[in-house]
Design a protein around this ligand. Structure first.
Ligand SMILES: Cc1cc2nc3c(=O)[nH]c(=O)nc-3n(C[C@H](O)[C@H](O)[C@H](O)COP(=O)(O)OP(=O)(O)OC[C@H]3O[C@@H](n4cnc5c(N)ncnc54)[C@H](O)[C@@H]3O)c2cc1C
Length: 403
């Protein structure tokens, strides 16, 4: 089998690497020279765990910022509140200094420079035998002009195949525009969590982020409702008011459309959509890279097992759950507890003790990662039986009777 992957971001690179790891011939087309810059730096713990699990990737030497959770100024008061990944940290924080925090073995994610992070995910794909072709693929090629049995569209917000096939649907109530920059030499917020969390703060136009991505570089942005770009002067004013930027050196300003959308189908006969090319939900919960990596890995699993239906069903369920949560978030100006209860309603009761932990379980990608691993392990077992001469189809049927 020969698979063509269009786009070498987190979705395309993860998909290509997993396929190549299991003996599939893969050609990956990428129009940019890596490392290339990309917005979207705040990651989730489950993403990193999946990359470690499948490819042994370890980012501890990369100099990225540790992320133990997020602090929000959102709701009826300007009092900051926080969500920490590790439940133990809630009780331990008061007695900890920075060394204790970093060395305490607490659950964490990273906040990264995407140019180098995305390159690090692409590297194992190439090492595993993926042929990397640096050129831009056209929509006509994506629809049938590539010499491949299966085409995976991982072209990000270009949505090459989704657009060509007329599958893209915008989510009209979540249309925003982001204005962002990078600064060097910004301090952190006071307290031990200082530069080790992401800050999200409401402002009159929408909300603003402060994401340290290394010891001294920070990503800062403002998301406003609608398609109109924020005036540069107003942007500078907002970030000066909200964040500790004294003495920092500012880089130029960038803009990004921040428009949520989905596709009417995520897979079909000989094609798959992964990552942003499949769907994108507003970045308020920092879930884009997680969905990209996981959908890339799940599409690869579906290609290996010849089971696009499971891919379609799982990704749609995850997308809908995330969309519900984001909508609830935007509509929720008062009760933080209400948001956690919304998360609690979405997942099986046995999986979590409290509404807050349900929220963490869902938004750190853990729930979806566990589901991906279950499907992947199933394929591995079936593959083992197939090699031993047992009919995989019969095995699947027998399984569904006992499930
Ligand atoms: C304002 C904003 C803030 C965000 N913040 C976060 C965040 O904090 N955390 C988070 O997890 N996510 C965040 N995201 C989302 C995140 O950036 C994306 O979800 C993620 O990058 C998707 O990965 P991907 O691999 O699908 O696409 P991409 O990373 O965009 O990769 C697509 C690749 O395809 C290539 N390509 C495109 N067209 C072609 C073609 N025709 N031929 C060949 N190659 C092609 C591109 O060059 C690119 O390298 C944010 C998004 C926005 C807009």
């Amino acid at each position: 089998m020969r698979v063509a992957v269009i786009g070498g971001g987190p979705a395309g690179a993860s998909c290509a690497a997993l396929l190549a790891q299991h003996g599939v011939e893969v050609v990956l087309y990428e129009k940019e020279t890596f490392p290339r810059p990309h917005v979207g730096e705040s990651l989730q713990p489950a993403t990193l765990e999946l990359l470690r699990h499948h490819f042994g990737l370890d980012f501890s030497d990369a100099g990225y910022a540790n992320k133990f959770g997020a602090v929000y100024v959102w709701g009826e008061t300007r009092e900051p509140w926080r969500v920490l990944f590790d439940e133990r940290l809630e009780g331990a924080l008061d007695g900890l200094d920075e060394r204790g925090l970093l060395g305490g073995g607490f659950e964490q994610a990273l906040q990264v420079d995407r140019a180098s992070f995305d390159t690090r995910i692409l590297e194992p794909a190439v090492e595993l035998g993926v042929e990397l072709v640096q050129r831009e693929v056209t929509a006509a090629e994506a629809e049938g002009g590539l010499d491949a049995d299966v085409v995976v569209d991982a072209s990000g917000q270009r949505r090459l195949l989704g657009r060509a096939k007329g599958l893209v649907r915008t989510i009209s109530d979540l249309q925003c525009t982001a204005t962002y920059t990078y600064v060097t030499g910004a301090g952190g917020f006071p307290g031990v969590l200082g530069r080790h969390v992401q800050w999200v703060v409401t402002v009159p136009e929408g909300w603003a982020w402060f994401i340290p991505i290394s010891a001294d570089r920070t990503s800062i942005g403002v998301v406003n409702r609608g398609r109109k770009r924020l005036d540069e002067q107003r942007f500078r004013e907002i970030i000066r008011e909200q964040f500790p930027l004294e003495g920092a050196t500012h880089e130029g300003i960038h803009f990004a459309p921040n428009w949520s959308f989905t596709s009417t189908a995520f897979a079909g006969d000989g094609w798959y959509l992964v990552g942003d090319a499949a769907c994108f939900v507003d970045p308020i919960l920092s879930g884009g890279v997680d969905l990209a990596v996981r959908s890339g890995l799940s599409a690869a699993t579906a290609i290996l097992s010849g089971d696009p239906a499971t891919y379609e069903r799982e990704l749609r369920a995850q997308y809908k759950a995330y969309l519900r949560l984001v909508r609830y978030w935007y509509g929720n100006n008062r009760s933080v507890e209400g948001l956690f209860w919304e998360a609690h309603r979405q997942i099986p009761k046995h999986a979590t003790a409290t509404p807050l932990r349900a929220f963490v379980y869902l938004t750190t990608g853990r729930y979806a990662a566990e589901r991906h691993l279950k499907v992947f392990q199933r394929w591995q077992e079936e593959e083992m039986f197939r090699r031993l001469g047992v009919d995989a189809h019969a095995l699947r049927e027998a399984r569904s009777e006992t499930d």
